[in-house]
Design a protein around this ligand. Structure first.
Ligand code: 13P
Length: 243
């Protein structure tokens, strides 16, 4: 069992006015709440977020240098972030990010003192094929640094075909996949792997969150669309707290 984390990924959405909604979110005892707004909003978000932690959506592998348009992990930290998402499937697709790059980004996050949320997950064709769990296991292995601990790393399993579609895997598929991830983490990282948090992401809503959180190795959620409105996100947080 890892830390209970309800994480919201705003993706390329969000206005300064939306930050007011952060003030209305509450984090019940034992549950951590995180919002990852677009980079330009991180500083303001961190100043008003109260019990809500703030994170970035990506960082560069390098600490500084000639990388126009990119953001170093230390800059996110300076702006008030404590987490950073790396290897989201939208970045893997839009920016051709490889497992090796994502591993290097996670290492950059550690060096800056950030917790890395490392995303993995299969395409629909992979889900329908015979090697789905092997493909996810290879992503996990390739994207996770040797220095990962329960403190500096969270794993997010996000099936690509479930993101923004309203479709979710069956509970049995979620259980099978998260159990496999837990086994791999425990084999590689021993005690640290038993308590590293594993989030499920992909069309998590108030209506399905409680059922997803019944899975033993689901420690929380990485939520896209439903994290944009406090009225949708708070019930998901509360379902996690009650699980
Ligand atoms: P949705 O919750 O909108 O499906 O997005 C999931 C996601 O990609 C979170 O990172």
């Amino acid at each position: 069992m890892g830390r209970k984390l309800a994480a919201g990924n705003w993706k390329m959405n969000g206005t300064p006015a939306m930050l007011d909604g952060l003030k209305t979110l509450s984090a019940p005892n034992g549950t951590q709440v995180l919002i990852c707004p677009p980079a330009p909003l991180i500083h303001r978000a961190a100043q008003i977020a109260g019990p809500v932690a703030i994170g970035g959506q990506d960082c560069h592998t390098q600490a500084s240098g000639a990388h126009t348009g990119d953001t170093a992990a230390s800059m996110l930290k300076d702006a008030g972030a404590t987490y950073v998402i790396v290897g989201h499937s939208e970045r893997r697709a839009d920016h051709a990010e490889t497992n090796a790059q994502i591993r290097a980004k996670a290492e950059a996050a550690y060096a800056a003192g950030l917790t890395a949320i490392i995303c993995i997950g299969e395409s629909e064709a992979e889900r329908l094929g015979p090697d789905c769990l092997d493909i996810i296991a290879a992503q996990l292995d390739g994207s996770t640094p040797d220095g990962a601990t329960a403190d500096n790393t969270v794993i997010a399993y996000e099936p690509i075909w479930a993101i923004g579609t309203g479709r979710v895997p069956t509970l049995d598929q979620i259980i099978e996949t998260h159990d496999m991830i837990r086994e791999k983490l425990t084999n590689r990282f021993a005690a640290q792997g038993t308590t590293m948090s594993i989030l499920y992401g992909g069309s998590v809503k108030p209506s399905n969150a409680a059922e997803i959180f019944t899975a033993q190795n689901v420690d929380g959620a990485l939520v896209g669309g439903a994290s944009l409105k406090p009225d949708d996100f708070q019930p998901i947080i509360d379902a996690l707290a009650a699980s």
